[in-house]
Ligand binder design. Sequence first.
Ligand code: SF4
Length: 487
Amino acid sequence: MQTRHKVLIRRCPRYDPERIAAIVREGMQELGVRPRGRILLKPNLVMAHPEIFPHAFTRREFLDGVITAVKAVATDVEELAVGERSGITIATRYSFKNAGYAPIVRQHGLKTYFFDEARQVAVPLGQPQALRRRLFVPEPIARCGFLINLPKFKAHPWCRLTLSLKNFIGLQDDRHRLVDHNQFLEHKIADLQSVIQPGFIAIDAITAGQKMMLTPTPFDLGAVVMGTNSCAVDTVGCHMVHVDPAQVTHLKLSSARGFGPMNLDQIEVGGDFPLEQVRAKTRNFQFCHERVDDYFGPGGNLRCTVGRFPEPHSDDYCWGGCPGALQEAMHILRGFTPEVDRRMGRIRYVVGAVEGPLELAPGEKVIFAGRCTRWQGRINGRRVSIQGSYCSAGEVDEAATASNDMLLKVGQALARSALRLGRPYVHLQGCPVSVAEHVFTLASLGRIGNPLFDRRLLWPNLAAYAAMRSHRLLNRLKPPAGAAPLT
Ligand code: SF4
């Protein structure tokens, strides 16, 4: 008889490290988990700032409690470490500081791995259904013996939910993370499951996130979700907030590849917070799974024209790439300038293969976003031809990826703005165009403040960036620790 995967939902109303430690210790005991060897904790720290991004990440009290529990239960420990790669080009060490991780990690005597500073190594996938033959991951992931996945329970505007499976996007440094982060995003998440499987999962669902992934609206869920199989944990997570697991494509793909179940009949749900009671609490949990042409409606200065997309599995929309990055970018800008939708200059965002005139308003500038975008017509009486240069996954070499360096991206956005020579449009190359590049371009074209130059971020962010660059160089000069470095 097939063993059923067990998932526990425990009540936890507050961020109390001692309570979290007790819950996680009991959870590990009930699930028969005993971490050993090289143990790596992977939180979701996509972005952290106490004022601007307070709900995007696994909270420090949660990390604190989990570390205490792991130390109590683990055996034959060779290394106990925390590792992550933050998003939108920000140095991970800056997010660690903002999240309050640094003192906790120090106090517990753990090692820290900032994945943007580590050597990147190739890991073969060996899965017949995988999109790629190999993926690049930081060396600490390739050497990890026991991975503890610590996601934040959040809605996601592109994938509906980000739980255990999706948290693996943070395993990769930026230049590798953006490969296939387009119409193949869901396939990429399934590919990442072949790199490593978690030995234990504990989701911070105490304050969950609604709608967006970088700037979520908090939802008092009051739960800790634990398990040992990502598909099983994510399936239960879906039911907790009334999502059909079959609508979460990366869960469907991962389950089809044999990584675990996506049917509640194959999962034993335990703990002291019954699923039906959780569901009663989350009836009004909010998502934002909307196309940008619907999302940015009248009333603001940003309008979107969306065309057709190149891949037949989703030719009506690109859920994993540029449009979603635009949404996140606008939410980031709203975090710094709440009335940005009205204050910015008029911008038309054009994505996909579009036909026909754009019917621009006077003074409206145009962003043509991404390599798949094509358009021909007249802007201010001048003939404009935007040629697509899209390459499908098989034509992209994962070892020859472009840099996504923060200063490089800001410099490019400023140079593009200066070199437009009065042209009322730009064409952003990339597949995808990253969230950071969207932010910088919207800021320069819309003549609003660039968040990077905000006084709250500027100097600490630049200092972290400089430290990241120097540590990265030093790590590259060190001899490799086993696996062959390729980048
Ligand atoms: S260029 Fe952007 S919108 Fe087009 S397929 Fe790539 S990621 Fe999607």
